[in-house]
Write a protein that binds this ligand. Structure first.
Ligand SMILES: [Zn+2]
Length: 254
């Protein structure tokens, strides 16, 4: 299975609009971060986790020609705002399967009422096939199994996912022990680390490293990164040997 990081930035993306922060002005391509998403693909199967406002650009840049489904972590705009741009896939493939917690599905119905309209649909409106995710109920994505991992973004429930020996967790601040149990024996863990300073709803760098030391994957990649984290090249030098900052368009094989 290949994992491509489509975006690794926090909700505003990097550069931040109007920002004169040195990281926003950096010319290192690894300091340019679209909103978080990953593309998981293997023989004949192709899924993304989240569909934020940069989805269209991410699909064009990655060259993704077919998508079998979208797994949603939670309803915040940086993870959902691109849903209208599934239309080219609809025209080629039909309804797009989406997978989300029941609360997230209700929220998407509000944000994108026209997508879920049953009567008098606008011709050419995006169309989805809804699949509800429940914790402790693994579900099929192609010929693989996705295991939901429940985490907390301060008070908001969020799903991460484990597929084979890969796990992707974003927007985590709290995770309970029974969920950590589901992360044993990982080759690759992806987890959010916003910046060095603490934040009320995201792991900061130290919390992410402490969590990685608890889970003990072979390798870990940090994502959902703010410009306040600093320059990619400088931050990566400070990390433990099996921990890396992810960057946009990085591709790894599991
Ligand atoms: Zn987010």
């Amino acid at each position: 299975m290949k994992i491509r990081f489509l975006g690794t930035g926090t909700s505003q993306g990097i550069p931040v609009i109007g920002s004169n922060h040195p990281v926003s002005k950096s010319t290192d391509p690894r300091d340019k971060r679209l909103r978080v998403s990953v593309w998981m693909y293997w023989q004949g199967h192709s899924y993304v986790i989240d569909c934020g406002p940069d989805f269209r650009q991410q699909m064009l840049t990655s060259g993704c020609e077919r998508l079998d489904g979208i797994l949603f972590t939670h309803e915040h705009a940086d993870h959902t705002a691109g849903l209208d741009d599934i239309r080219p896939f609809n025209f080629m493939q039909g309804d797009m399967p989406i997978f989300a917690h029941e609360r997230v599905l209700r929220n998407l119905e509000k944000r994108f009422d026209y997508i879920f309209e049953k009567v008098d649909r606008y011709p050419g409106a995006p169309s989805v096939k809804v699949n509800e995710i429940r914790n402790n109920e693994p579900f099929a994505i192609g010929d693989k199994k996705a295991i939901p991992i429940e985490v907390w973004h301060a008070k908001l429930q969020v799903f991460g996912f484990r597929v084979d020996d890969f796990a992707y967790l974003t927007d985590v601040k709290i995770i309970f022990e029974e969920e950590v149990e589901k992360l044993k024996g990982l080759k690759v863990l992806v987890v959010n680390a916003l910046r060095e300073e603490p934040h009320e709803s995201h792991f900061n760098l130290q919390e992410a490293i402490d969590f990685i030391n608890l889970v003990r994957p072979e390798r870990a990649y940090l994502t959902h990164i703010s410009h306040m984290m600093g320059f990619h090249a400088e931050v990566e030098r400070k990390l433990p040997p099996n921990v890396f900052l992810a960057y946009d368009n990085l591709e790894i094989t599991i």
